[in-house]
Design a protein. Sequence first.
Length: 317
Amino acid sequence: MDKNPRNADNRIVFSVLSIPTIMLIIGYFIYPFPPSDMARMLIQLPIFLGLILLGIGFLWREKRTGGKIKILGWLVFAFFWATSPNYLYLSEGGDIVNAVLCILGVYLLVYIAYHEWLSLSRGETVSCLNWFAGATFLAGIIYFTIDSPVFPAIKNIMIEMVASQTSGLLNFLGLESFSSGPFVYYQGYPIMIIFSCTAVQSMVLFVGMIVPLNNAVLKRKIYGLLVTIPPIYFLNLIRTSSVIYLAGGGITSVEVAHNIIGKTGSLIALVVFAFIIFRILPELYDEIVCIIDLPKRKGPVENFFINLLGKKKDENR
């Protein structure tokens, strides 16, 4: 057994950097594009297994056992994301941004697993690590259940409901339209409502962040949900109606209306809601800052990069 601390630290650094890299290579080959129906079904296994392990680890009373379960959960969930960059890039018409973010996300999830290990090795309890596991479990289990091919009816109902309500809002504003299934017709121009147009991602994000806050009282958590979820849903109907009005009326293209105007408006709204929820639940702000500050714990990985950057600075002098 190697008792040299430096060698042990080097193995940790190598593991944190190599594990996500190996996952991404394997994921590229086992989940080709376009995926078969069987591949779509099989990929549900690492999604839900990883999320369930995170949920169990979040609820487990004994910290060491809970930490070990969360480490396994993060690694399994990271493997799912390692299968996704190629799919995101090709399914979204060569959009490199989401693919790159997905790749970085795999390294981030393994990095979170590393910090769970660091807490176990140091005998420390970092509240935001448990909160982050609970938030990921809750938001993920809701979102991926709705989006799962196992339960297609849930997603279809939500899409058609948003299409119908978008058409209703346009008619209320004096802009004659009608919906049929996922399509909204305005001035003879059909625009299809897809899953990402339902604002489910934004709503489950806030549910996931708010509910697992163990230090916040229930009354403020309920209030936080009430001032975010219903307004997000209603503002999304305004967004979808605006996109259809702009594109269907020939004012601009669907791409500009949806990808630039619509997404910019959504981003601004999310920032505003974040500031509102921080006032209601300052505990949420503390947990997010804690996650951002994880590199300050200066474990083997952080010290490796500190030394590496320090050597480069010395070489450049």
